[in-house]
Design a protein around this ligand. Structure first.
Ligand SMILES: [Zn+2]
Length: 380
């Protein structure tokens, strides 16, 4: 079988759509007006992705406040926040360029999603002529909504985590039921868990194993056949063309991440200084049998934070090298991250989000072609 390809999930929102989110926050337009802009951008994303030859298409998260918050708020500023949440939660991450992203804070129980990703899948299925994928958020990211060191009165941490697992399971099941063929879980907090950033206390509490165990509580509710199409995405962040945890030694994460009983992984790699070391670690730690399913390593072969477009030959060479360390039947190609995980992202290294959309399509086209060339060279 040729080397499969898959994108992580997000694409830059057109500037017009980004302004629409702000206009909603300022009460200048209605949610229905914003939805029209989202639908327009989503359709454009799907049509353009289909032209790249990408196997699975998505709307590029045009309808989401962010990859982490789509289920609990309509905008990053907190318009349409779900029940029992306040705006002033923990920092999810502080990025290298100094900007940060903050999560809402749980104020009581019960914890419930207000929006499930299946709503996007239903809309996208109506537009797409190719198979549809959907990215969802992890239980471990939702875990950070609960205060770090205290118990909420009347709603224990244990009760909260039970509810989180139920909501994340439902999110995934409903995506499949709505027709998604692949569902990948964003796990960017995995690498951040070893950052020890004193400005962001949760990153100093050695929570990686807790994150993995919690996510497996969800993943283990699915059959091996279902898990073959459930993925995990890891990266050192990608927002406003900046990262949050690239200095954290990758082995700390990769030596544990494959404990997750998922069938495939979308793994940042192209922007690492030593890509071959990442291939080696993935070959060493990924499992042929993760409770009934082989783990396929989709290696990042293009870097969404850089406007420089990789050539198909570069992609081919990366995959051929990766195949020296990872069995080719368990090798795939992806991007290092989503192209814009947050709805407000001006893509400064690119000059504008509209230009970054064009660049994203060129990068995806190169990845698809490079994977085809690598497959030919490797005889698969
Ligand atoms: Zn990412």
């Amino acid at each position: 079988m040729p080397i499969p390809t898959e994108l992580v999930g997000s694409l830059p929102r057109p500037l017009k759509l980004q302004e629409g989110y702000e206009d909603l926050d300022q009460g200048k337009i209605t949610f229905e007006d914003l939805e029209k802009l989202q639908d327009e951008a989503a359709e454009d994303s799907i049509k353009r992705l289909e032209q790249t030859g990408e196997t699975y298409v998505t709307d590029g998260e045009q309808r989401e406040s962010s990859f982490a918050t789509y289920s609990i708020t309509d905008t990053l500023a907190g318009t349409g926040l779900a029940d029992n949440l306040a705006g002033d939660g923990q920092f999810f991450a502080i990025f290298d360029d100094g900007h940060h992203r903050q999560l809402p804070r749980l104020t009581g129980g019960p914890f419930r999603y207000k929006t499930f990703a299946s709503e996007f899948v239903e809309k996208n299925k109506a537009i797409a002529s190719r198979p549809v994928k959907q990215a969802v958020i992890s239980a471990s990211m939702m875990m950070l909504l609960y205060p770090l060191d205290e118990e909420l009165e009347g709603y224990t941490r244990a009760q909260f985590l039970d509810d989180v697992c139920d909501e994340v399971e439902k999110d995934i099941r409903q995506c499949f039921a709505a027709g998604a063929e692949r569902v990948s879980i964003d796990f960017t907090e995995g690498r951040l868990a070893n950052k020890n950033d004193s400005r962001n206390p949760w990153t100093g509490k050695d929570m990686l194993q807790e994150f993995i165990d919690l996510n497996n509580r969800v993943i283990d509710r699915f059959s091996p056949e279902e898990r073959a199409n459930i993925g995990i995405h890891t990266c050192p962040g990608g927002d406003n063309d900046s990262v949050h945890s690239k200095e954290v030694p990758y082995e700390k994460l990769l030596s544990k991440m494959f404990q997750l009983n998922a069938g495939y992984f979308l793994i940042q790699c192209a922007s690492q200084d030593d890509e071959e070391e990442v291939y080696r670690l993935c070959g060493q730690y990924s499992r042929e049998d993760a409770d009934g399913v082989p783990q396929v390593c989709f290696m990042g072969v293009v870097n969404p934070l850089s406007p420089e477009v990789e050539t198909a030959e570069q992609v081919r060479d990366r995959l051929v090298l990766a195949a020296k360390h990872i069995p080719v039947e368990r090798l795939g190609a992806t991007d290092d991250c989503g192209f814009s995980p947050f709805s407000r992202d001006l893509k400064p290294a690119h000059g504008s989000p509209d230009f970054a959309r064009d660049i994203a399509m060129q990068k995806i086209t190169a990845r698809v072609e490079g994977a085809r060339m690598a497959s030919e060279e490797l005889g698969v």
